[in-house]
Write a protein that binds this ligand. Structure first.
Ligand code: COS
Length: 382
């Protein structure tokens, strides 16, 4: 059983602890699922998470970030694909949760029940980190907009029923000329141009929009506000990426503790060797420090902070970078088993890598944190 003492930290309320217990019991009977066919596995996971009621936390008027983080870290500890399936329902509908009209919000009933899959389409072949450089265009016509362009690295791309798509509407150059749109997958002009395979298989695709006609009502929030909408959605979900990394790291630590207690070497358990203890200490420290940053960011947002850009960036940067180190140590402590295909530690090693890239690469998080502390210093008149 994984260390659960963190649930007693003052960041949490009784409802969080109850949800975490219920989820843990659910994970023990439902996870992991087979990953041979990732599309089917994801659709099945979304259905099962919806039926069990957990997806209701993924979207809505008041998103509770602590609940999102607890869900992601617990699911990730049991099965990376289950975490992915849950996370995309939230990220894919985040803009609707925060800025959607009552009509747009009807989609939330379907994504929260697990009947519809959602996706967040921001990245493009020439604009991943540099969001202000988006080239997909949404041109106004008499009835609404005409969408043309391409998106890539889109999670749930190819299996989602609804996409949040960011495009250039041209109110101003750069970041101030973007808008967000709600795009059902069955809209004529929607193309799945390529399915993308990665080291840890997840449903991913490159998508195209060819002369796609969108009604005026598909605009989410105001025209020209797309960059801020994208950033505020990422502010909510970035700490949850850290939480997923934390779940992977906790699992790596748990597996390592079992291994080191039971594997005999030089006449005693591996855990008796001081160099091994050094690794275990580093791993435990990284796990707790990451958890503190994540739940600090989540708690701050849940207290009503308008922006948690710095807290969320710190949580994502630290938790994903340190989880990579924790998992690398776990591989080392497992010896040959650590790199054997199908071993849990081998799959964690593949799962963790993308988290330092997506939803704002580690390098971008450093830029965000540095700008934030410099700005605070300037405001303080230092
Ligand atoms: N919430 C609300 N508004 C925000 C914001 C946030 N988190 N971050 C920036 N803004 C606002 C700024 O205040 C600014 O508005 P004003 O000009 O009115 O002050 C505007 O948005 C532009 O911001 P900025 O000048 O910082 O834009 P940049 O193009 O320099 O942004 C970074 C650069 C790198 C920070 C941004 O593009 C980013 O986060 N990139 C990573 C994106 C990402 O996560 N990609 C992965 C795709 S999802 S898998």
């Amino acid at each position: 059983m994984s260390d659960r003492s963190f649930l007693q930290w003052p960041f949490f309320e009784e409802r969080h602890r109850e949800m975490a217990e219920r989820l843990e019991a659910w994970c023990e009977t439902h996870l992991p699922v087979a990953h041979d066919e990732v599309d089917d596995a994801c659709v099945g996971l979304v259905g099962a998470l919806g039926e069990a009621g957990f997806l209701r936390h993924s979207a809505g008027e008041a998103i509770d970030v602590r609940t999102l983080c607890l869900l992601r870290e617990t699911l990730a500890r049991h099965d990376g694909l289950a975490d992915f399936a849950f996370a995309m329902q939230g990220l894919g509908t985040g803009a609707i949760s925060l800025y959607g009209t009552p009509e747009q919000r009807q989609w939330l009933d379907r994504t929260r029940s697990g009947q519809a899959l959602a996706a967040f389409a921001l990245s493009e072949p020439r604009s991943g980190s540099d969001v202000a450089n988006i080239e997909t265009t949404a041109t106004r016509d008499a009835d609404g907009f005409v969408l043309n362009g391409e998106k890539t690295w889109i999670s749930n791309g190819g299996i989602a029923d609804v996409y949040t798509v960011f495009a250039r509407t041209g109110e101003a150059p750069g970041a101030k000329g973007l808008s967000a749109f709600l795009v059902p997958a069955d809209t004529p002009g929607f193309e799945i141009r390529e399915r993308l395979e990665t080291i840890a298989p997840h449903p991913l695709a490159r998508l195209g929009f060819r002369d796609m006609r969108l009604p005026r009502e598909s605009l989410i929030g105001e025209a020209g506000q797309g960059f801020k909408i994208a950033m505020s959605v990422l502010d909510v979900f970035r700490s949850t990426v850290g939480a997923a990394a934390l779940g992977f790291a906790r699992r790596a630590l748990d597996e390592s503790l079992d291994r080191c207690r039971h594997r005999e070497l030089f006449g005693g358990p591996l855990a008796d060797l001081q160099l091994v203890q050094g690794h275990l200490a580093d791993m435990a420290l990284d796990v707790d420090a990451a958890a503190l940053l994540i739940y600090r960011a989540a708690w701050t947002k849940d207290q009503g902070a308008e922006r948690v850009t710095r807290e969320a960036a710190m949580a994502k940067l630290y938790a994903t970078d340190r989880a990579q180190q924790v998992i690398d140590k776990a591989v080392q402590l497992h010896g040959g088993d650590g790199v054997r295909k199908g071993h849990i530690v081998e799959s964690l090693y593949r799962e963790i890598r993308a988290l330092r890239i997506y939803e704002g690469a580690s390098d971008v998080q450093k830029v965000v944190i540095a700008r934030n502390v410099l700005e605070s210093r300037a405001l303080a008149g230092g």
